[in-house]
Design a protein around this ligand. Structure first.
Ligand SMILES: [Ca+2]
Ligand SMILES: [Ca+2]
Length: 484
């Protein structure tokens, strides 16, 4: 799946440099004479693992080995220590439940999964589900994961419909929902963070919807895997997604989609958006007099997106300024752009930037963002004391978000340059990309380096790039054990 993600990101990068046709503020239309029309969407689910109706990132939850107090388990084999994963906000009115993983044979992998499929609050009534596939991780090149065990789609259905009421509206969620569970083993070196369980919804709602003068194929995705399609968020892994494709273009490559919110911008117009908790209908009403505030970013920021309860907006700042409806937001993506002395453009892209915290945009006010530079070129050594070194190379924003500098004509990633003081050792190593754990972003692959035994330390490692951004370089000095 990783290459697909990269294509999405690359497409997004290609977009940054575009001169946006969008203005900062969509024009305001007169209110529609009619009330918001509820337009139906049909329920679908798929057994095809990984079908990407919209980006099914899902939720990735850590596993623990200590048994939660009071948890009543069915009989499970004790071939390995049981793993326990807390699943927050399952549909039963914002409660949590536990998922338990076990191994069916001594020395074997975790291949049994037990979850509260009927939402009665108990695991003791559940049958352990055997994994359909345990494969060497396709993420091996990108992550430290050793194996992936996959279960599902697992049908989750309350025995009593009232158990699955929406916490906010009290309306019942009528459909069962289906979840794919994937266990990731990041290996012994990850310590307590070794096992993670990813949950992905296999369900979606889809239909033809009239928005303004256009007709769109609208797809809703239960991104946070709780059986509802109406969640808004400023967090990475909570909230639901909508994808809208013009009917004439419905078979085209699907774009990433966006988080739902109170407002959705379609063709330069804000619409007030409503959705049934079970996703069975949506409505779009032209919004009037939407109060907006301004986000100020560094001039190197070519584009960024923010999401929150007010909506998910792509911003194309003009003079460093972009307007969005008032509300609480978090930055989803941003891109920096600059042109080199040879006239070729470069971009830097950050996806789910971890250093960016939620912030408020207030009516008529400007909020200052710290996206962008000056950027840091850093190297850290994970291994100390031996000759083999695990060198972690990072290009970071001033605030600490991982970035990848890409030359538009051809990707030209930074080089790791290692040399010693007397000049008898001088080598450069190309970096490559790896996807970031537990997010959708990319970072530079770490480099394994072994000290040459016949060269004298110390060695100085420097990350080098010809990307035309302002950088602060932080070299790493490796004292060196050669000859000792
Ligand atoms: Ca149960
Ligand atoms: Ca949801």
């Amino acid at each position: 799946m990783a290459p697909v993600r990269f294509i999405l990101i690359a497409a997004a990068i290609a977009c940054i440099g575009c001169t946006g046709q969008k203005g900062e503020t969509p024009p305001v239309q007169e209110p529609s004479a009619s009330a918001a029309v509820r337009q139906p969407l049909m329920f679908h689910w798929s057994e095809e693992f990984g079908r990407e109706v919209v980006s099914p990132i899902g939720r990735t939850l850590p596993a623990q080995m200590s048994k939660p107090a009071g948890l009543d388990l069915p009989e499970l084999p004790a071939n390995r220590p049981l793993l326990f994963v807390r699943w927050p906000r399952v549909p039963k009115v914002n409660s949590s439940s536990w998922i338990v993983l076990a191994a069916s044979r001594a020395g074997g992998p975790y291949d049994l999964l037990c979850t509260d499929t009927n939402f009665d609050g108990r695991l003791s009534d559940e049958m352990a589900i055997h994994s359909g596939a345990i494969t060497p991780s396709s993420y091996v090149r990108y992550r430290a994961a050793e194996t992936l065990a996959v279960w599902g789609p697992v049908k989750m259905a309350a025995t009593a419909p009232a158990d699955r009421s929406s916490a906010r509206t009290g309306q019942p969620v009528s459909e069962p929902f289906h979840v794919m569970f994937t266990l990731e083993d990041r290996g012994p070196a990850a310590g307590q963070d070794r096992y993670w369980l990813n949950l992905q919804s296999c369900d979606w709602r889809e239909g033809q919807v009239k928005i303004g003068q256009g007709t769109f194929v609208v797809t809703l995705r239960d991104f946070d895997v709780d059986g509802r399609f109406d969640d808004v968020t400023t967090e990475d892994s909570i909230g639901d997604y909508i994808n809208m494709r013009p009917i004439a273009n419905a078979q085209s490559v699907e774009e990433e989609g966006r988080f739902i919110g109170r407002f959705i911008e379609v063709e330069h117009q804000y619409y007030e958006f409503q959705v049934a908790p079970d996703g069975s209908w949506v409505s779009f009403r032209p919004a009037v007099r939407v109060p907006v505030g301004t986000i100020h970013v560094d001039k190197s920021v070519a584009g960024f997106s923010v999401f929150g309860p007010s909506g998910h907006f792509e911003c194309h700042p003009v003079g460093g300024l972009a307007q969005v409806p008032v509300g609480r937001y978090r930055v989803r993506t941003y891109g920096l752009a600059a042109t080199g002395s040879d006239g070729v453009g470069w971009t830097m892209w950050s996806w789910l930037p971890p250093a960016e915290k939620p912030f408020d945009v207030n009516a008529g006010h400007t909020v200052q963002s710290d996206l962008g530079g000056p950027l840091q070129l850093t190297i850290a050594d994970r291994v100390r004391g031996g000759r083999r070194h695990h060198l972690m190379c990072h290009v970071l924003s001033a605030a600490g978000d991982p970035l990848v500098p890409l030359r538009q004509e051809q990707p030209r990633l930074p080089m790791l340059h290692i040399r010693n003081d007397d000049g008898s050792y001088d080598s450069r190593f190309p970096t490559s990309l790896e996807s970031l754990r537990s997010s959708y972003g990319w970072d530079l692959q770490s480099i394994m380096w072994t000290e040459p035994t016949d060269r004298k330390g110390p060695f100085t490692a420097t990350l080098e790039t010809d990307a035309p951004f302002e950088f602060v370089s932080k070299p790493l000095v490796i004292k060196g054990n050669s000859g000792s």
